[in-house]
Design a protein around this ligand. Structure first.
Ligand SMILES: *Cc1c(COP(=O)(O)O)cnc(C)c1O
Length: 379
């Protein structure tokens, strides 16, 4: 592909910091750069506790353990999401209750959550799709009235806001991703954000193989031992070194991504006005982090045709998600075709355009031209 869907990028001192990490003699987890990342994220987002993990998937698994999910507990989540949102809870024996999305933001439809709550419901897990916030006031209100925990999948929402709050800092727990396809990257990486005091101490233990090693390193206990269930959820400090250079440049990355987003938006608006496609919608009171640029075509054939045409021109555009409720695991919970109409319709019509920090203006112009050529019937 001449224009890939994603291209990992350097923005600052990534390689220098990696060298520093290696030369420091501490490349395992929780070294100097991991601590710097924790501090920077806590300060910038006003979070009580942030701990790096090796992925957002790992952060979500930790969240499921912290919330005490067990066999038979129900978790409410969208079907239009990445498999990890669901798998983290499924691993602990939860029953998944899928709720449809809004046709404008493609986020979980907050008006449909309360009717999905049962005696067994333990958690609501909203996903901030494309870095655009879910209606968190409504979701937190249902959670408070029904005494549920809220785990935000903010994999795509790092540095985005809902009113005055950063995504991931609103529910009891948040999860971030630093995978190479996200806004701030280190190959594979993530973080868990703990906003509920009751989970802070246990989070450190679960992340360190069920030991109280973090307390030991702080000198709070004189030896460390096995105290709980857990796993190895911490990343190497080499990855944290790479990530720290990206986090130092969060605003630079944000500015460039906002530019790319708005270029697409302006260039494609005439096609939207003619009813040939639908453009992303940003709800009132949200600050997007410009994570993604997708278009919604009028039907599946047009979407697939455009995707193939772009591919023939050397441009990789991709779609997602196959609805989780219609996957083999989703169907095992009793879901059928037609159960979540918005999710099913959107998943057939959505196309994500190439979007990464280093995308060049002429590359973007070419992508737009090809979309015009195809949709205006000149291809
Ligand atoms: C990317 C993503 C994840 C998984 O992130 P990893 O860091 O790759 O584990 C989870 N949920 C959503 C919504 C994502 O977009």
């Amino acid at each position: 592909m001449r224009i890939p869907f994603n291209r990992p990028f350097l923005v600052g001192k990534e390689l220098y910091y990696i060298a520093q990490s290696v030369l420091s003699g501490h490349t395992a987890g929780d070294g100097m750069f991991t601590k710097k990342c924790h501090q920077l994220l806590q300060d910038k987002f006003g979070a009580k506790k942030v701990l790096l993990t090796h992925s957002c998937t790992a952060a979500l698994e930790m969240a499921a353990i912290l919330c005490g999910v067990t066999q038979g507990d129900e978790v409410i989540l969208p079907s239009f999401t990445f498999v990890s949102t669901a798998n983290a809870f499924y691993l602990r024996g939860a029953k998944l209750v899928f709720v449809d999305i809004r046709p404008d933001t493609l986020n979980i439809d907050e008006t449909k959550i309360e009717q999905a709550v049962s005696e067994q419901t333990k958690i609501i897990a909203p996903v901030h799709y494309a870095g655009i916030a879910c209606e968190m006031d409504k979701i937190m209100d249902v959670a408070q009235r029904k005494e549920l925990l809220v785990v935000e999948d903010a994999a795509q929402g790092v540095n985005a806001k809902y009113h005055e709050k950063y995504l991931g800092t609103i529910g009891d727990i948040g999860a971030y991703s630093f995978h190479e396809t996200k806004n701030f990257i280190c190959g594979e990486g993530g973080a868990i954000v703990i906003n509920n005091d009751q989970f802070i101490e246990r989070a450190e233990i679960i992340r360190e193989k069920g030991t109280n090693r973090s307390k030991f390193f702080r000198g709070e206990v004189d030896k460390y031992t096995w105290v709980d269930i857990g796993s190895s959820y911490l990343p190497s400090d080499i990855l944290a070194a790479f990530l720290y250079a990206q986090l130092e440049n969060m605003e630079t990355i944000n500015i460039r991504r906002a530019e790319i987003f708005s270029n697409y938006l302006v260039a494609l608006k005439p096609l939207a006005d003619e009813g040939r496609l639908q453009l992303p919608f940003i709800a009132q009171g949200c600050r997007s982090n410009n994570h993604m640029f997708y278009i919604l075509l009028n039907d599946e054939n047009t979407r697939n045709g455009l995707m193939d045409y772009l591919k023939s021109k050397g441009i990789l555009a991709v779609f997602h998600y196959l609805p989780l409720h219609l996957s083999p695991i989703g169907r095992s919970f009793g879901y059928y075709d037609g159960d979540l109409p918005q999710t099913e319709s959107i998943s057939r019509r959505l196309l994500r355009l190439p979007f990464f920090y280093d995308l060049k203006q002429d590359e973007q112009d070419e992508i737009v031209e090809c979309i015009y050529a195809y949709l205006k019937g000149k291809a």
